[in-house]
Write a protein that binds this ligand. Structure first.
Ligand code: ADP
Ligand code: ZN
Length: 294
């Protein structure tokens, strides 16, 4: 049996076919373009591969409430042609297999609790620091949905005293994403984040914002593990800095086994960049076995 997994991003879309044992058999990637083109490419690819179900991790905002009549619709995005596009139902018109959709970061979190760094844990958060800042949340083994879905990359933080940068979020200027995303680092320094040396003081500011975000998530979601991914987290020296700042922000307030071993609590993704697509695979399996049970 073969399962289809899709990750849609602002610039590119990845589609993969995996078997029962999570073996990757084939994949394609193409630039995001118009939604009609994307849906056709996906339908052609998956029809040819004869997948039995499809899981999708989508950029947001997207309707992920399975009871909604707009389930799988891309919502208020600036991305041309995609606003209010009924992505899931358009794909269903072209290929009739069970499908589930969730946010890209919820999928990454699901992938990590199923096969990755948080295997066998049920309450976990996944934070990506990349082109944006996004947070996926699993509660009791299920991704968190609610009114829309978490948008925890846009929480408001205290400004670092040495940071004069005003932030780049078009909605909030200096929210977490506005201050700490890859493009925010580049705008603050006029240098792409990947070219900034490890001893630059910019990383202290960056780690401070990430640690503030994590402190807020620990206090609100009580996660059993915190996983960090995304391009900016390719800087390994950020991890010890972040852990030490989380410890000072928390100031002993929560005294659990996890808080006393932050090296095991705040960790990089276990699925090495594949967490999104593996999470989408988990959704495809879920879609298939749900349908079987009906
Ligand atoms: P996306 O968020 O679009 O899925 P990424 O997670 O790769 O993609 O994030 C891209 C951002 O991460 C860019 O702003 C880029 O400058 C930054 N980035 C990529 N690699 C590194 C690196 N090694 N160190 C620091 N920043 C990086
Ligand atoms: Zn914002």
């Amino acid at each position: 049996m073969l399962f289809g997994a899709v990750e849609t991003g602002g610039t590119k879309i990845i589609a993969a076919v995996l078997d029962e044992n999570r073996e990757l058999l084939d994949s394609i990637r193409f630039s995001t373009g118009t939604p009609d083109e994307a849906v056709q490419m996906l339908a052609d690819f998956f029809t040819e591969k004869k997948v039995c179900a499809i899981g999708i991790g989508s950029f947001g905002p997207v309707d992920i409430n399975q009871d909604s009549e707009n389930y799988g619709m891309v919502l208020d995005t600036p991305k041309k042609g995609w606003r209010n596009y009924p992505f899931l139902s358009e794909l269903k018109k072209r290929i009739e297999v069970p499908m589930l959709i969730d946010t890209d970061v919820n999928c990454a979190c699901l992938g990590e609790i199923t096969y990755g760094a948080a295997k066998n844990l049920k309450n976990v958060i996944y934070i990506t620091i990349g082109t944006g800042v996004g947070v996926g949340v699993c509660i009791e083994g299920e991704t968190l949905k609610g009114m829309l879905h978490p948008e925890a990359g846009h929480i408001l933080l205290r400004k670092h005293p040495d940071d004069e940068f005003k932030g780049i979020c078009p909605y909030h200027s200096d929210c977490f994403e506005g201050l700490a995303s890859g493009p925010a680092i580049a705008a603050r320094t006029n240098t792409p984040a990947e070219l900034i040396s490890a001893d630059s003081k910019i990383w202290d500011i960056e780690a401070d914002y990430i640690a503030q975000g994590i402190t807020n998530y620990i206090l609100t979601y009580s996660p059993c593990k915190i996983i960090l991914g995304g391009g900016v987290m390719e800087q390994p020296h950020l991890f010890p800095l972040i852990r030490s700042k989380v410890s000072s922000y928390m100031n002993g307030y929560i005294n659990t086994k996890q808080m006393n071993s932050l090296d095991d609590y705040i960790v990089p993704a276990g699925l090495l960049g594949k967490q999104g697509i593996i999470g989408a695979y988990c959704l495809a399996r879920k879609a298939f076995y749900m349908e079987e049970a009906d």
